[in-house]
Design a protein around this ligand. Structure first.
Ligand code: FES
Ligand code: MG
Length: 590
């Protein structure tokens, strides 16, 4: 790749177009009002956007406000001119009804900014869960040179001498509270201990997973994902990333050169080896579709299931972001996978190096935080894709199917990896909270908790609620988890072995709407099937009855979102948006 070019840059159509002097003057003069000079704007230097996801409403990414100064320094030192602009806030832990509703909104907004303003390239500041897919989806749609700068995880959380991971601690703490072992104050103290510094969740939740996948895809510099937000290396990575985006513009390296089918296949394998979040399949599929690549759940099943678990991070393992980073982060995992022939080494990354080159320069596995390929934490630890007689697809994260679950539910004589359970059905999270402790449901260890009305349309955005806690009475007896399933998602920080993202969802006529409390459900993990043991005539009769009521939209965006969104199985994309590929090349500049 040549390091310089005399090609006219896109931004020069705004800033240096003598044939349209009146418009050029208009564009240039207003950018000068805060001190930029004509010399800078008309020098043919790349104009680099910094898509700023940090703000006071998004604590996980807020430090990007300061990091942007280092990114700008890198851009300037490489000869570019930085222009920072805001991305719609995406705060996983506080946006109601759910941050997932806004992934596609932030995506749409960013597409318009990248298309409509004088930008030659962009630094995507990522961190909290939905910020990474939203930014990558937009960069894919526009196909402007882009690079990911992760914000990095928080430092490890500690409480009474033990590591506590963000999110993951909540699921543990709520059981302690239900069992009466801690009170409200103790609950608050324990959960807050998981957040000791700036940064995003320190567990291998959706944030660290998706930033790791951005790196595995080749969209960030090697090692970027895991550097804790508070480490000095994070600022240095911001500087290097700023420098590199200017070179990517000069070399005209666009996302379409990096985000190939092989790169997505690599990301699936890495996700499986990391014990990554259950939100990764829909997000990765969405990014691929906006790049014009039809990635599907079949690809996850085909490429992911047999991959061993190598990263010993919560929720599937015991460490957090700091340990993962010290052990070598994503490059060290790539080294194991590449040596085993599990990833495509020829894939090019924004660093200019291939995956094979990055893997060979990475540290060897320490055997503890990052395991060797032939000595994993768990064999066959990827996601499995299930189907059944009342839905088309659902996913289950095998890396969190623990011994307790196996012993309790998968030990039916003659039916290895299968069990039957009595369904307890809830219509959305409010119904679950209202009735879970209702003694008339007689919930015991032979039940499966079912939740519906929680998909992209039913609970606009799709709710992270499937990992339902058992009734308090059961928790007090020491049963702190039950099998769960539903058309919603669950938090990436949860270790619950739930059956998730059932598509089509109940709200669009999926068969989950036909289930009734008391139905027998058979789960067979070997056959990858979940069937309700109700005969077809009875299901047909139920089909004729009233369907699931979904709550009305509360805002204009919820209404628009519901009209155009697809199912989780195909990425939860705004379907018309997937028809716009490489917009600058295909549809032109504005
Ligand atoms: Fe923002 Fe987990 S809540 S990363
Ligand atoms: Mg989440």
């Amino acid at each position: 790749m040549s390091s310089t070019t005399t090609r006219r840059l896109r931004s020069q159509k705004w800033f240096d177009d003598p044939a349209h002097a009146d418009m050029t003057a208009l564009y240039v003069e207003r950018f000068m009002n805060y001190g930029l000079t004509r010399e800078e704007l008309q020098s043919g230097r790349p104009i680099i956007g910094i898509a700023q996801t940090g703000n006071d409403l998004t604590p996980c990414n807020r430090h990007h406000i300061e990091l942007a100064q280092r990114t700008k320094a890198g851009i300037r030192d490489a000869g570019g001119i930085p222009m920072e602009f805001p991305v719609h806030p995406l705060a996983e832990q506080s946006r109601r009804p759910t941050a997932a509703l806004d992934r596609n909104l932030a995506y749409l907004g960013l597409v318009e900014v990248l298309h409509g303003y004088p930008l030659d390239g962009v630094v995507l500041t990522t961190g909290c869960d939905k910020t990474t897919p939203a930014c990558l989806m937009a960069a894919a749609t526009v196909d402007l040179p882009a690079i990911v700068l992760s914000g990095g995880p928080m430092l490890d959380g500690w409480y009474q001498g033990k590591r506590v991971g963000s999110g993951t601690v909540i699921w543990h703490a709520r059981n302690l509270l239900a069992a009466g072992e801690i009170d409200y104050e103790g609950f608050m103290e324990l959960t807050v201990a998981a957040s000791p510094s700036i940064g995003h969740c320190n567990t291998m939740g959706t944030a660290l997973s998706m930033n790791s996948l951005a790196e595995a895809l080749g969209m960030s510099l090697p090692g970027c994902a895991s550097i804790p937000a508070a480490y000095r290396e994070r600022g240095q990575m911001a500087y290097a990333t700023g420098k590199r985006i200017v070179e990517l513009v000069r070399e005209d390296v666009r996302p379409s050169k990096i985000l190939t089918r092989e790169a997505f296949e690599n990301a699936i394998v890495v996700a499986s080896a990391l014990g990554a979040s259950t939100n990764c399949p829909p997000h990765l599929i969405a990014i691929a579709r906006h790049m014009g690549i039809e990635l599907s759940l079949d690809d996850w099943q085909r490429l992911g299931e047999d991959v061993p678990l190598l990263a010993n991070c919560m929720p599937a393992g015991e460490y957090l972001g700091e340990g993962f980073h010290r052990a070598g982060g994503v490059p060290a995992v790539l080294r194991q996978l590449h040596a085993a022939g599990s990833v495509h080494g020829e894939c090019v990354t924004v660093s200019g190096r291939t995956i094979a080159q990055i893997a060979s320069a990475a540290p060897d596995a320490d055997g503890d935080v990052i395991r060797r390929f032939d000595e994993p934490l768990k064999q066959r630890a990827g996601f499995i894709v299930l189907t059944g007689n009342f839905f088309d697809s659902a996913i289950m994260k095998m890396s969190v199917v623990g011994d307790a679950f196996r012993k309790t539910y998968l030990s039916e004589p003659g039916a290895e990896n299968a069990f039957e359970a009595r369904a307890i059905v809830f219509d959305g999270p409010e119904d679950y909270h209202a009735r879970i402790n209702d003694p008339s449901l007689a919930i015991d260890e032979h039940c499966i908790l079912v939740i519906r009305g929680c998909g992209t349309v039913g609970y606009p955005g799709s709710a992270e609620v499937v990992n339902m806690a058992p009734p308090a009475a059961l928790v007090k007896r020491g049963i702190d988890s039950l099998p769960c399933m539903g058309d919603g998602r669950q938090s990436g920080t949860s270790a619950s072995p739930s059956i998730l993202n059932m598509s089509p969802e109940a709200a669009v006529g999926g068969g989950l709407a036909l289930l009734r409390t008391g139905d027998r459900v058979r789960v067979d993990l070997n056959a990858r099937r979940v069937d309700v043991l109700v005969d077809e005539a009875e299901l047909a009769r139920r089909r004729g009855e009233a369907t699931l009521q979904v709550p009305p939209s509360q805002t204009p965006w919820q209404e628009i979102y519901r009209q155009f969104v697809g199912q989780l199985s195909t990425g939860g994309c705004l379907e018309p948006a997937t028809l716009y590929l490489k917009v600058v090349e295909t549809h032109g500049d504005p």
